[in-house]
Design a protein. Structure first.
Length: 277
């Protein structure tokens, strides 16, 4: 699971930093104190224990990140992807970092879609490469005020509510600046999040975006303390049943009717890890 750093993370995250010594880290630096002075710090956890962290920031419309460190396979990759999602939510189109030159990191970041664009010394003066990824225009991101009218058109909800600001648990599928789909996660009580079935413009149906939207809403549920998420079964989702089951959404009978249900077990970071992570 990826989430913002908390005060309880201070000691274990500092221990990870001291063990890994990522580029840009100065011995004795407290990542929790960095977070208190305006830095954005994301933490990867496994079974509720921190296993990695990264810092990121917005610099002239570009998302930069550094201090990437992990002590569990897969955590580093998930942190890099989380930075990309956060950048897209902020409307940014590019993500960059600086890596040591002529090392395995160039191949590793290449697998994640990052490629060299310039040379820039690392802190301390050793040779470094700036690697960059152009973030996809088609994405699933948090709802913004400017999405209000499109959300209203797609869902029938009152746009005025969304004009007041971001509503927790609401996400849109967007193609550039155009909103093409909507999904939401709501508290059903007892640690269960009910997902509103994804709705898409007709020309975007059948592309598998529904699964992407469900996964994004499910990630919100997981990172906000829910142990279970469920989305009502529809004909459109039944057509994606195999893909949903591959992502651990299983069709079950619930008190409210058939639904695809996922129970969070804290093992998200186990999947498809790079051996050199």
């Amino acid at each position: 699971m990826i989430r913002p750093i908390t005060e309880e993370d201070a000691a274990p995250v500092r221990a990870i930093a001291e063990e890994c010594r990522p580029p840009g880290y100065e011995p004795g630096t407290d990542p929790w104190l960095l977070a208190q002075t305006g830095h954005r710090i994301l933490v990867a956890t496994h079974n509720d224990e921190p296993v990695g962290f990264v810092r990121w920031w917005d610099e002239e419309g570009v998302a930069w990140f550094d201090l990437l460190a992990s002590v569990r396979p897969g955590a580093g990759r998930e942190l890099v992807r989380a930075v990309g999602r956060a950048a897209q939510d902020a409307g940014l189109r590019l993500a960059r970092t600086v890596i040591p030159e002529e090392t395995i990191f160039e191949e590793y970041f290449g697998r994640l879609g990052y490629f060299p664009i310039a040379r820039q010394p690392l802190p301390g003066g050793s040779p470094g490469l700036v690697v960059e990824r152009r973030l996809p225009l088609l994405t699933v991101r948090e709802q913004r005020r400017s999405d209000a009218a499109a959300i209203g058109d797609l869902t029938g909800e009152d746009p005025w509510i969304f004009e007041q600001g971001t509503r927790p648990g609401w996400f849109v599928a967007s193609d550039g600046d155009r909103v093409v789909g909507v999904i939401a996660a709501r508290d059903a009580g007892g640690g269960v999040a009910n997902l509103r079935p994804p709705v898409l413009l007709s020309e975007y149906e059948g592309r598998g975006l529904e699964l992407w939207m469900i996964e994004r809403a499910g990630l919100y549920a997981e990172t906000n303390g829910f142990h279970t998420a469920r989305v009502p079964a529809t004909d459109e989702l039944d057509a994606l049943r195999r893909d949903l089951e591959d992502s651990r959404w299983f069709r079950e009978e619930t008190p409210d009717g058939p639904a695809y249900v996922r129970r969070f077990t804290g093992d998200r970071l186990e999947l498809a890890a790079f051996p050199d992570d």
